[in-house]
Design a binder for this molecule. Structure first.
Ligand code: F3S
Length: 405
């Protein structure tokens, strides 16, 4: 890889040890992927996780004097104050790691957004921007829906990019790698936000390869929530950093543009039966539930509003946790949704992830409902048996303590 004079100085430590350390890692990644040069970024998002490896790495950079040149937004961890008050006293080991992680990211100059949907608020790129985003629903969203350019970064490589302001140029930063190679014919009726959860889960089962797919047969433009669900599930049952919806997403106005004029290398058909098969496999049977959890990825204001409308004047039969960003919670407060949900007995919690071990342990081994296959899958390890239903059905189940169909 050829570095500029300035970048050589960064690598040689002339801009401090943290920049040198981050550049060494990035130069290594660049070499592995055959990058010819480093290019500047305009944005970054770090999938902070408040777990040991994440904390070790950010503290290492802080210890070397690191400061972000491009302040990255960060993923959720745990809202200690809220959970201590409303669920359980978080064990000291959890308090310590969350506090230390937050302190380290504050010190390094991150934007403490604590949300996994930065692409909907706070860190929204434009077409063609070169950026470094980690987080499973974020990378496909910025590449596919906005036409920004990010590889599927790890939290560590995204943090290095935030420190240096650069990324090695390979993969999805290059025109030729953004072209589709798989033609996916959707012969199922995909309309609702929940349909996109199922489609996103289904595609990697039919074609597990890393190539960019182009979908045809999607009749209407998905909502932002539909795109969000689709990307999250593509990267739970598989690993897809970019896709096209022909006639809908910006780099695929037609098939020729999506494939760069070439023939597809692979063809996949997704039928109604395929979608039903996914539904049978991941949604779970009707039955009693102990609690409900929503917001993986963090819910939008429209989704919080939908929940408030269904719960208006009623009372939840089980604990209900609605995870969202602090901006969305503030909006929900202004719009009266927060009051409605709280009066129904539900919780709207900010800054928190469904997958951070120390906080949800009172629910281990229990039965629950969610609208998110990703939430259900990640919690299998904790023996929480989630039934997965569309958001409205799941809220109705939380009102009666049972998934009835
Ligand atoms: Fe967000 Fe955590 Fe789910 S980061 S997407 S709530 S696993």
């Amino acid at each position: 890889m050829r570095l500029t004079e300035e970048q050589e100085k960064m690598l040689a430590g002339e801009y401090g040890r943290a920049v040198e350390y981050a550049m060494r890692i990035q130069a290594g990644v660049g070499r592995v992927f055959g990058a010819k040069r480093m290019v500047p970024i305009t944005r970054a998002h770090v999938a902070l996780s408040a777990q040991d490896a994440d904390l070790w790495f950010v503290e290492k950079l802080v210890g070397l004097g690191g400061k972000c040149k491009i302040p990255p937004t960060v993923n959720p961890s745990i809202n200690l104050a809220y959970l201590n008050k409303h669920l359980v006293e978080i064990p000291k080991v959890g308090v310590d790691i969350v506090s230390a992680t937050n302190a380290a990211y504050r010190k390094i100059g991150a934007v403490l957004s604590f949300s996994c949907t930065p692409y909907l608020q706070q860190n929204v790129p434009s077409f063609g921007e070169v950026i470094a985003f980690s987080e499973s629903s974020a990378t496909p969203y910025v590449n596919s829906v906005f036409g920004a350019r990010s590889n599927r970064e790890s939290s560590q490589s995204a943090l290095c990019a935030a420190i240096t302001g650069l990324v090695p140029e390979y993969g999805l930063l290059l025109d030729e790698n953004r072209l589709a190679e798989v033609l996916v014919e959707v012969k199922a009726d995909i309309r609702t936000d929940f349909d996109y959860q199922l489609l996103g889960w289904c595609y990697p089962l039919k074609h597990p390869g890393p190539e960019v797919p182009a979908f045809v047969g999607i009749e209407e433009r998905p909502t932002p929530e539909g795109f969000m669900n689709f990307g999250a599930e593509l990267n739970t049952s598989g690993s897809v950093a970019m896709y096209h919806f022909v006639g809908i997403t910006p780099e695929a106005p037609d098939l020729a543009a999506a494939f760069g004029g070439k023939a597809p290398r692979h063809r996949v058909t997704i039928t109604k039966d395929d979608i039903e098969d996914v539904r049978r496999r991941i949604c779970g049977a009707p039955g009693k539930i102990d609690f409900a959890m929503f917001g993986c990825p963090h819910l939008t204001i429209r989704q919080v509003g939908d929940i408030a409308r269904i719960a208006e004047g009623k009372r939840f039969a089980v604990d209900v946790w609605i995870l969202t960003s602090s901006l969305t919670r503030e909006l929900a407060d202004r719009m009266g949704y927060l009051d409605t949900i709280t009066r129904a007995g539900g919780h709207v919690i900010t800054d928190t992830c469904i997958d951070v071990p120390p906080c949800w342990y009172p629910y281990y081994g229990k039965s629950a409902v969610t609208d998110s296959p990703k939430c259900a899958y990640y919690n299998e390890i904790r023996k929480i048996a989630f039934k997965v239903r569309p958001l409205e059905k799941a809220i109705e189940a939380a009102l009666v303590g049972e998934v009835r169909e």
